[in-house]
Every structure is written in structure tokens, then in C-alpha cells.
Ligand binder design. Structure first.
Ligand code: ACO
Ligand code: ZN
Length: 186
């Protein structure tokens, strides 16, 4: 039976930070200090969201908006697709892109849902709302994130939401694991 659960997605505020930190500590090895959460919240509070159930925070998503000059990050190039042959025009155009004006992109810093509340659509709801707000409030062209190459659950969620792997960053994580950069064009 598919049990319905009642959660709401709302903006985080400063009082939520300790609970958000607790969710993060219980779910991910990438942890941040209080001041970092506070800074992100002050700067991009409209895209810092929590999932709440019975007054308890069970998930969060934290994002920022950046100016990207790297065509991979704004969804113009994919390093993991081997092109048959790059024409001189392509090479010139990538070269030109490096110096061209920057592009607004959303960056998912961190998303997590407590283990006992997973597979109920909460991650999807958090990501969906954050993406809509990044697009509508900031005019971002794309959203990107890094994820462990072994993180099947997260990668599958991102793919379902239209993200694509576009780059591998070798030994991105402290234990030496590689990251995929994944991008969704908006
Ligand atoms: N009944 C059954 N299955 C469902 C339901 C439902 N009502 N709703 C959604 N699902 C399925 C989805 O279809 C999806 O299926 P899939 O396994 O085929 O992909 C799966 O459940 C997950 O979707 P959601 O429920 O929307 O996502 P969830 O709330 O489980 O959160 C998340 C996903 C955030 C990745 C979670 O697994 C998590 O917290 N992991 C640990 C932390 C983590 O790895 N975070 C990402 C790090 S990378 C970064 O932060 C940039
Ligand atoms: Zn990142």
C-alpha cells in the first residue's frame, strides 16, 4: 500500500539551522559549519527550503546562484560525450566562450531527506520547488550539482528531474571518490 504522508515545503529561516544541520550530519559526510548555513540563508533565503512534517524538519535543500563562464556548467557542453570530430569552428567557439559574458546558473549545494522519510517524493518536491524558484527569481539558464559517482539514489532522482552527467571530477571527495557534475538546462 502506498501510504500518503503529509509534508510541507517551506522557506528555511535562521531558527531552522540547527535542525537542518542535524539532518545533514545524519545523512551526508559533507558537513558545514553554522556560519556557512547562515550566510547561504541570508544571501539566498528564497531558495533555501525545508520539508517539514508535524513541525519536524525531515529534509532540506540549500542552493546558491553563480555566474558561470564554463560552458559545461551552463549546459552548453558535455565532456562525457565524445564528439566525432571537433571542427575548428567548435574549438574557436569554446575558446571564445571562455572569455564571453557569464551565465547565471543555480548550484545545488546540498539536498537530503532523513532515511525514514525517503522514497515518498520529498526529495523530488524539494528539488522541483528550488529549480522553479531559481529560474523564476534569478533567471538562471541551468542548474548544476556535484554528486558521488556511487550515489545511485541521488543520481537516479537527478536523472528523473532531467539532469545529465556532463563531467567527472577526479577525487573530488575527501575519501578520494570521484564526482559527477550533473546539469539541467532550464
Ligand atoms: N512511493 C514509492 N516510491 C516513491 C514515491 C512514493 N510515494 N515517491 C517517490 N518515489 C521514488 C521515486 O520515484 C524515486 O525512485 P527511484 O529510486 O527510481 O529514483 C525515489 O523514490 C526517490 O525519489 P524521492 O522520494 O523524491 O526522493 P527522496 O525523498 O528519497 O530523496 C535523496 C532523495 C535526497 C537523494 C535521498 O536519498 C537522500 O537524502 N540521500 C542521502 C543524502 C544524499 O545523498 N544527498 C545528495 C547528495 S548530492 C548533493 O547534495 C548535490
Ligand atoms: Zn557543489
Amino acid at each position: 500500500m502506498n501510504q500518503e504522508i503529509n509534508f510541507i515545503i517551506r522557506n528555511a529561516d535562521e531558527n531552522d539551522i540547527p535542525e537542518v544541520m542535524e539532518v545533514n550530519l545524519r545523512t551526508l559526510p559533507e558537513n558545514y559549519w553554522y556560519g556557512f548555513y547562515k550566510f547561504v540563508l541570508e544571501r539566498w533565503g528564497d531558495i533555501f527550503l525545508v520539508a517539514e512534517m508535524d513541525k519536524k524538519i525531515i529534509g532540506y535543500i540549500m542552493n546558491r546562484v553563480e555566474d558561470a563562464r564554463d560552458p559545461v556548467l551552463y549546459g552548453k557542453e558535455n565532456e562525457l560525450i565524445k564528439e566525432k570530430k571537433r571542427s575548428i569552428e567548435d574549438i574557436m567557439s569554446s575558446f571564445k566562450n571562455m572569455f564571453s559574458e557569464s551565465h547565471k546558473v543555480g548550484h545545488v549545494i546540498s539536498i537530503a531527506v532523513l532515511p525514514e522519510y525517503r522514497k515518498k517524493g520529498i526529495g523530488t518536491a524539494l528539488l522541483n520547488e528550488a529549480i522553479n524558484r531559481m529560474k523564476n527569481n534569478y533567471g538562471t539558464e541551468a542548474v548544476y550539482l556535484e554528486v558521488r559517482v556511487s550515489n545511485k539514489d541521488a543520481i537516479s532522482l537527478y536523472k528523473k528531474m532531467g539532469f545529465e552527467e556532463v563531467r567527472i571530477i577526479k577525487e573530488y571527495y575527501r575519501n578520494g571518490e570521484d564526482a559527477y557534475v550533473m546539469v539541467k538546462k532550464l
